[in-house]
Design a protein. Structure first.
Length: 173
């Protein structure tokens, strides 16, 4: 089932953090390099993540969290927002570590694409780390093309040479 969450208060914070558990653990070294208690550092990263969603992301125009759920378990997630007329920025595509390599991210991306097609023409822009081969392949499998050797983060208005810029275009008839 596809969940489309447009308000911060409608998020199940624990289920969402379960999806991002691996990334949150990895981010402890970046955000809290001096914190030796990893459990505490993960809680701090999670709190910062939720604070970003509440105070920044959900203030964006048409900010949406898309969740793939099966049997009450949140398996994969991504977020989008409208950055320009008919141009959506997609970020934070991730699948729970215990549910990877089963096609959930592609299934979620395809759900999002098909849902957006109902509203007419659009572009989905994404930037993905050049090291993240699985995510690049998933995007391409779903119809994205690499359009730039430098990813562009529309939310922070910055580019990064460590990322590729990817794009999906849909022109309605």
């Amino acid at each position: 089932m596809l969940l489309r969450i447009n308000k911060y208060n409608d998020l199940d914070k624990r289920k969402l953090m379960d999806i991002y558990s691996e990334s949150n653990f990895e981010n402890t070294d970046y955000f809290y390099p001096d914190e030796r208690d990893k459990d505490k550092a993960v809680r701090m990263v999670e709190a910062g993540f939720m604070d970003f969603l509440k105070n920044d992301f959900y203030k964006k125009y048409e900010a949406t969290y898309w969740i793939l759920e099966e049997n009450g378990i949140w398996l994969s997630a991504l977020r989008t927002c409208l950055v320009k007329d008919s141009i959506f920025y997609i970020e934070a595509l991730e699948t729970r570590p215990d549910s990877r390599k089963r096609g959930y991210a592609a299934k979620l991306l395809n759900y999002v694409i098909n849902t957006l097609k109902n509203d007419g023409s659009f572009r989905l822009c994404s930037c993905v780390s050049k090291k993240n081969i699985a995510s690049i392949n998933t995007h391409i499998k779903c119809g994205f093309e690499i359009v730039s050797d430098e990813g562009y983060d529309y939310l922070n208005d910055e580019s990064d040479i460590r990322d590729y810029g990817l794009e999906y275009k849909y022109l309605s008839e």
